[in-house]
Design a protein around this ligand. Structure first.
Ligand code: IMP
Length: 432
């Protein structure tokens, strides 16, 4: 692998956690490169079941160095909690390294996130309410507080309180917000942040050293391509760049270091929050996907919107990320369906589009054009070899490969790590 980047190829929640966990067996280092505790992944392996938001999945492997890169925004109370939970269950965090350049989420970011959403009313984004957007805004407008500021405890407190005062004044005056809790909340956050000082490191240097030593490095994205700040369904996006290009920025390596980019996609599609979703289903099939796939947000518990696989969007993800492999997850969720629809093109103003339209306004109006394929009507959750899959399942996977022009590297048929089909040969990674 030397440097393999794993990205979400849809709207997030594709099952990247499981894929990264599997790949960690072959990795020496795993780097989370963007997002914050808006993400969440549940990892189930022989060390137990872990719900993680910030700490990379690799932490459960004693020999893997787990890095939170500079592109991530960190809520210190959440990171503290995750570390305590891991340590409490016997998982050492000695190998956890946090970039000194990563920015911190503070209570005023969370307050602002809620205010902004409330003000948008019906036009809200449907954020996770974790302060992600305001924290990235402060980063860009150079008012952010970073992990490395912790190395000067007095300076750190001064900086946080100064920004807090300014934000409190703005929120009270402009939005008539009750800000009386902010000072005490900031004290709690400062305390949590200070307890993390020992984890701060020069992580881009650590990654560089690992690369020079020919170690295998895994770059882990959060959210998905369609939620990318630049390339997603703006403004219904997150405030960072989940795409592979940002893996270099968010971990501090040069672009030519990437050797492979895997896109993770469910065998169907889901989305949480607002925004266009052409293949969304409001019927019994959508409900079945939600029930069987347990499609509820790991972070917020919100119901996920469900729909058919959108190959126009997946082709787009393949292009934007330069995908070299696909990991198809949750294929088993479709076990009981008589037929499976898959979107191969959009209809827009009487025209057939094979690519995403150039503007958001038009994307919100496209209608999916479907092909209908036979279902396999059997339980595939115990299948471990690609050739043991029922013919209609193989046909479905091959259809995806032909449409997206990216080979399948891995298929997941259940939440357990052994419920995985590895497609072994890089040159023949179609499901055939
Ligand atoms: P934010 O990232 O909390 O600002 O939310 C912006 C949009 O991204 C909302 O539609 C969220 O539902 C969505 N979002 C953020 N993180 C995730 C995730 O990990 N999975 C799926 N959707 C997410």
């Amino acid at each position: 692998m030397p440097v393999l980047c794993v990205v979400g190829a849809q709207w997030g929640d594709e099952g990247k956690g499981k894929v990264v966990d599997l790949l960690c067996e072959y990795a020496d280092m795993v780097v989370r490169y963007q997002g914050g505790n808006n993400a969440g992944h549940t990892v189930e392996n022989d060390r137990g079941k872990f719900a993680l938001h910030l700490v990379p999945s690799g932490i459960t492997f004693p020999d893997v160095v787990a890095v939170i890169g500079n592109g991530v925004v960190i809520d210190p109370t959440v990171l503290r909690m995750e570390i305590d939970e891991l340590e409490g269950r016997g998982v050492s965090t000695a190998n956890l390294k946090v970039s000194g350049e990563a920015h911190l989420i503070m209570p005023y970011h969370i307050m602002l996130d809620h205010i902004q959403e409330a003000r948008l009313g019906k036009g809200k984004i449907g954020t996770t309410g974790r302060g992600i957007g305001p924290a990235y805004s402060d980063k860009t407008s150079r008012q952010g507080v970073r992990m490395q500021d912790l190395l000067d405890p007095e300076g750190f407190r001064r900086k946080v309180m100064a920004v807090m005062e300014a934000k409190a004044e703005m929120m009270a005056k402009a939005y008539d917000q009750d800000v009386s809790s902010l000072r005490a909340d900031c004290e709690r956050y400062i305390k949590a942040a200070e307890s993390l000082r020992g984890y701060v490191d020069d992580t881009s240097f650590l990654v560089w050293q690992a690369l020079r030593a020919e170690k295998r490095v895994l770059l882990e994205g959060a959210q998905g391509t369609m939620l990318d700040l630049d390339h997603g369904t703006y403004p219904y996006v997150t405030s960072s760049n989940p795409v592979a290009g940002y893996a270099c920025v968010g971990s501090g390596i040069g672009p030519v270091e990437l050797t492979e980019v895997w896109g993770v996609s469910k065998a169907y599609a889901t989305r949480v929050g607002e925004g266009p979703f052409p293949t969304e289903l409001h019927d019994e099939v959508g409900k079945l996907m939600r029930d069987v796939g347990y499609e509820y947000g790991t972070t917020t518990g919100r119901e996920r919107r469900c729909g058919w696989l959108d190959l126009v969007a997946l082709r787009y993800a393949a292009r934007i990320n330069g995908l070299t492999g696909l990991a198809i997850t949750k294929l088993d969720v479709l076990n009981t369906l008589d037929t499976i629809k898959v979107c191969t093109a959009y209809r827009y103003q009487g025209q057939t589009l094979k690519e995403l339209p150039a503007t958001q306004a038009s994307f919100a109006q496209v209608e999916p054009i479907y092909e209908e394929l036979p279902g396999w009507k059997s339980d595939i959750s115990g299948v471990r070899g690609v050739n043991d899959l029922p013919r209609p399942a193989i046909d479905y996977l091959n259809f995806i490969v032909r449409q997206v022009h990216v080979p399948i590297a891995l298929i997941s048929v259940g939440s357990q790590r052994q419920q995985t089909i590895k497609v072994p040969h890089p040159d023949s990674r179609s499901a055939e």
